[in-house]
Design a protein around this ligand. Structure first.
Ligand SMILES: C[S@@+](CC[C@H](N)C(=O)[O-])C[C@H]1O[C@@H](n2cnc3c(N)ncnc32)[C@H](O)[C@@H]1O
Length: 222
């Protein structure tokens, strides 16, 4: 499935059919530094806590980028079975280097809207700062796919930019709104509902560098 749509003109996607972690391949080496500067590690910690990972849990992160969240996940619950999935081979190569030696964690090439996994095999799907990279039609497809791969009662745990993000928030939020990323993310609750999830807004708050951050917990009904 391609990502050409009203929200992502070709000039944004360049030669890829996905929007890379830092917006451009050339910026990927700086992604982890940028993440630290904007305060992502603390946001990741909260998502891991929200996910309540248990021994034996099968977990997949859609859009894992350079692997920062899944590395935290396997450290938090070393007896889980964790997959980091992303369409960007460059990001996956970085993630694999960083995660070397972490038993229980592996990476795979994949698109959130088309996961190479059978129905109902996962206890948790994690999504951190990824959904705003998708145009609305692909985002809807990705949420439907997350529901498909979760077992009944399994949970999609989301951290993203959204909520009351406005141009007045920060420089970064102005850039994101200009590309249509965040604007399209405001529809998340409706899309979660349409995909068939029971969802809760866990938290919605202004963030000093990213504009406005939301956490959702979405359960595949039993
Ligand atoms: C801002 S990065 C976030 C990376 C990681 N989740 C984190 O929190 O550090 C967004 C990631 O989404 C990935 N992405 C873009 N389109 C995607 C798609 N259709 N399916 C899955 N991942 C996608 C990008 O390659 C990128 O690595």
């Amino acid at each position: 499935m391609g990502l050409m749509s009203e929200n992502h003109p070709h000039s944004v996607l360049g030669r890829h059919d996905y929007l890379p972690a830092a917006g451009h391949d050339l910026l990927l080496p700086a992604f982890d530094l940028i993440s630290r500067v904007v305060g992502t590690p603390a946001l990741h910690d909260r998502l891991i806590e929200q996910a309540e990972l248990e021994p034996g849990h099968r977990v997949i992160e859609i859009g894992c980028g350079t692997g920062n969240l899944v590395i935290k996940a396997i450290r938090a619950q070393p007896r889980a079975d964790v997959i980091g999935s992303d369409p960007d081979p460059r990001a996956l190569a970085r993630a694999e280097r960083k995660a070397k030696g972490s038993a229980g964690l592996r990476f795979e090439h994949g698109y959130a809207q088309n996961l190479p996994h059978p129905d109902g095999g996962f206890d948790r799907v994690l999504s951190a700062l990824m959904l705003h990279h998708l145009p609305t039609d692909i985002k809807a497809a990705a949420l439907t796919e997350a529901l498909r791969v979760l077992r009944p009662g399994g949970r999609l745990e989301i951290l993203d930019i959204g909520g009351d993000t406005t141009r007045a928030n920060t420089f970064l939020s102005r850039q994101m709104l200009r590309n249509g990323h965040v604007k399209a993310n405001l529809a998340l609750p409706r899309l979660l509902e349409s995909a068939g999830f029971d969802h809760t807004l866990v938290s919605s708050e202004p963030h000093p560098r990213m504009g406005h951050i939301v956490y959702y917990q979405a359960v595949r009904p039993a």
